[in-house]
Write a protein that binds this ligand. Structure first.
Ligand code: HEC
Length: 246
């Protein structure tokens, strides 16, 4: 019995410690790398709203086009604003030194951000900017406290303010816990629309972090089929070889 209790405790402990460090709970990002229209919408959001400050330095426009189901012409017409050629890497035009001066930090390249931070984090990060007049850009973030990034999507999402609950521990100490948000100024999108758009954007970033994932999955299926076939052949061979010995 003791052992079972211990095993159960060990099972839940990592979860508990995670919850304690992350603070605000992460929302689950509905990622689907096979959903090409979603990846295309995500790419469009990225070049329109993020590439001013962030690059995807390890990704080329034409590679992206092919992977998410666009032609080079469509990319040139709709997704390139910097004068870049379709075979170029997706760099941005912002000089790093100036960016550091403006924001205090250089906006990081986002090629592998989905892998380093996780998609749920990104999905939550993008939806939890809230009003905070004490910060340089007037906003703060629930999962990245004191982030140096402005709320660049406020025209779409609108502006929200934080809602707190006061938690009392058994000694009577009170702590303010961020539990949710309240829209104070609506944006051009409804809440469900904005959520869906952020799913598209994170889907696109997940793709950008691992562009060969789709290919690898396809290859994986063939490998499994091959192994299955090989097993049948080898089994029959074994039966054939051993049939006179038994
Ligand atoms: C006006 C410039 C600007 C724009 C536009 C911008 N960002 Fe940022 N972003 C920043 C800066 C500056 C940081 C660094 C923040 C810090 O480290 O405090 C940052 C950091 C980030 C991070 C890293 C968070 C972390 O945990 O390290 C992510 C993810 C991110 N941005 C995503 C986006 C996405 C997605 C968009 C488009 C919707 C976008 N950003 C648009 C300036 C910008």
């Amino acid at each position: 019995m003791k052992k079972i209790v211990l095993a159960l405790a060990l099972l839940v402990l990592p979860g508990l410690s995670l919850a304690a460090t992350a603070g605000y709970p992460l929302m689950k990002a509905p990622i689907d790398l096979h959903d090409k229209p979603s990846l295309q919408r995500g790419a469009k959001l990225f070049v329109n709203y993020c590439m001013g400050c962030h690059s995807l330095e390890h990704q080329r426009y034409n590679r992206m086009a092919r992977d998410i189901g666009l032609t080079d012409e469509e990319v040139k017409a709709n997704l390139i604003f910097t004068g870049a050629k379709v075979g170029d890497l997706m760099k941005n035009a912002m000089p790093k030194a100036a960016a550091k001066q403006w924001f205090g930090v250089t906006p990081p390249d986002l090629t592998v951000i989905a892998r380093s931070r996780g998609v749920d984090y990104l999905y939550t990060y993008l939806q939890t900017f809230y009003q905070d007049p004490t910060r340089p850009f007037g906003v703060n973030n629930a999962v990245f406290p004191n982030a140096g990034m402005p709320h660049v999507l406020w025209q779409l999402q609108g502006m929200q303010k934080a809602v707190y609950e006061v938690h009392k521990d058994h000694e009577g100490n009170e702590t303010k816990v961020l539990t949710g948000f309240e829209l104070v100024q609506p944006g051009s999108m409804s809440a469900p629309q904005f959520k869906e758009s952020m799913a598209d954007l994170v889907n696109f970033l997940a793709y950008a972090g691992e562009p060969i994932k789709l290919e690898r999955q396809k290859v994986g299926i063939w490998v499994l089929l091959f192994l299955g076939l090989a097993f049948v052949v080898f089994y029959l061979l074994k039966k054939e070889y051993w049939k006179d010995i038994h």
